[in-house]
Design a protein around this ligand. Structure first.
Ligand SMILES: [Zn+2]
Length: 486
């Protein structure tokens, strides 16, 4: 591990809050550029908390005014007069069970593209983030999936991007080479927390789930090695089979992952009939799951948490920024570039001052084509709401790219850029995904405002009645989402 602590020490420069703080709740950046700072303690003062949420809702409605929003209420909870006071008791299961489902790249709003009767059923009879789930930055697949199951921002759980360089290990993480290797994955994922408490957990695919963590080792029956060609039906049936085990052996946490509609989104962008078709297919898988649970008499006992990791935005040829165009100001070698496309990560070699590189790039970006759509920062100077500083794995220079734009070294011959992308600043509405919870601890028909996915870890451990590891989730947050125990 080369002296790595489990959780990197927060940088004092950016004033980052370490895990277990109460400030992990979403912050939002208005058009004015002002950032709302969440209250330090939210448990005892309901009125300030709600004021804060109202302020955020107002702020968000300003910042996303251009996006087509469904009619929404500026309240934390809608229809509160119909909300039950307590959770519903289990009838068949001995212990609460959570099925955590991810539909990769399920942008918030996709559920309105086509008939989704099964997702609608969960929404109608469950609790929904009415304006979507906010990803962590960068809004990429691996960082977000691992934030969902650890409650940690990427700087703390270590998976700071889908691909990154670790200067201490002097190695590069890639999805094919790093997925199974424990040294990359910090924090305590839900499956580890669950087995630490003596219960079974199962993972039908999830980034990080194959790496051994404490008492968790990827046992074949409970943990599947990712294979994108496994039919979705087989995955759903695999999860359902666990309910045929003796009651005390049923995994209390089950993950289920679908790589759609992300796969189509990258190819064709978010507004294409292929997406509509993929969304319909995900809905039918949810239907298959519901039917299987009903057949076993456990549908109303099981907690289904349906999420996505990030959204998707259309990209195309004209929205390109070329690093080579900056050559008159500073020559950015391709060896320096650790991340590109929807965000930029640059690690200049020894002998170069990152501050000097930022200054020269900033000067050049004022002049080059589309340069105004890229803003470069020393990572310590990034907006605090991104929580993207406290790890050596994060490049010293980070560029934020306007949504839909692509930054790249140069135009490769013949490559086509039209399609879809994600990875952008999580302030963009297009980067949001969905949160839908159904089951005994979720009120029926309840709407909550958007929150960041680092809150999910604590929601799940609350449902499972187990003590979670320290994380960036907001203290007391699950009580805002869940019904009190019966
Ligand atoms: Zn993804």
């Amino acid at each position: 591990m080369g002296g790595y602590s489990l959780i990197p020490t927060p940088s004092s420069t950016q004033g980052e809050d370490p895990p277990n703080s109460t400030t992990g709740f979403l912050s939002c950046s208005c058009k004015t550029g002002s950032t709302l700072t969440p209250p330090k303690h939210t448990t005892s003062t309901t009125v300030p908390f709600i004021s804060f949420l109202l302020a955020i809702t107002t702020c968000l409605s300003l910042s996303v005014a251009a996006a087509a929003l469904p009619p929404h209420s500026h309240q934390l909870i809608k229809n509160s007069e119909h909300i039950a006071k307590f959770s519903r008791p289990l009838t068949k299961l001995k212990h609460p069970v959570v099925i955590l489902i991810s539909s990769d790249g399920f942008r918030f709003g996709y559920q309105f593209k086509t008939d989704t009767p099964n997702i609608d059923n969960l929404i109608k009879n469950g609790t929904e983030a009415e304006e979507g789930l906010i990803p962590v930055f960068p809004s990429a697949t691996f960082p977000n999936h691992y934030s969902i199951v650890t409650g940690l921002h990427p700087a703390y759980h270590g998976i700071i991007n889908n691909r990154f360089f670790d200067p201490k290990l002097n190695e590069t993480f890639t999805r094919p080479t790093g997925s199974n290797v424990s040294k990359w994955w910090f924090g305590e994922p839900l499956w580890e927390t669950v087995v630490n408490h003596g219960f079974n957990a199962s993972t039908y695919f999830w980034p990080g789930s194959v790496a051994s963590k404490g008492k968790w080792t990827c046992q074949e029956y409970f943990c599947k090695q990712f294979n994108e060609s496994v039919p979705f039906e087989e995955r759903v049936d695999g999860v359902l089979n666990y309910f045929d085990m003796p009651n005390s052996e049923i995994p209390v946490l089950m993950t289920l992952y679908f790589q759609d509609p992300d796969a189509q989104g990258h190819e064709v962008g978010p507004d294409d009939p292929e997406i509509t078709e993929a969304v319909g297919r995900i809905d039918s898988m949810i239907g298959r799951l519901i039917q299987g649970l009903k057949k076993r008499g456990v549908f109303e006992d099981v907690h289904i948490v349906l999420v996505g990791d990030h959204g998707m935005v259309g990209t195309c040829d004209k929205k390109l920024i070329f690093l080579d165009d900056l050559a008159p100001w500073i020559k950015i070698s391709s060896n320096w570039v650790e991340a590109d496309k929807a965000q930029l990560g640059i690690r200049p070699p020894a002998g170069y001052s990152p501050a000097d590189v930022v200054a020269k790039m900033t000067k050049g970006l004022k002049e080059i084509n589309n340069g105004k759509h890229l803003k470069v920062y020393l990572k310590e100077k990034l907006p605090k709401r991104l929580h993207y500083v406290a790890s050596d794995r994060i490049s010293p220079i980070i560029g934020l790219v306007d949504e839909g734009f692509t930054v790249t070294q140069s135009r490769p011959g013949g490559e086509k850029y039209c399609g879809g992308a994600h990875g952008y600043d999580n302030k963009y509405f297009s980067m949001r995904s969905i949160f839908i919870g159904h089951g005994p601890r979720f009120a029926r028909g309840k709407k909550v405002i958007s929150f960041q996915n680092v809150e999910i870890y604590n929601i799940v451990t609350s449902i499972l009645k187990i003590k979670g590891a320290p994380n960036n989730g907001t203290k007391g947050f699950p009580t805002k989402i869940l019904l009190p125990k019966h």
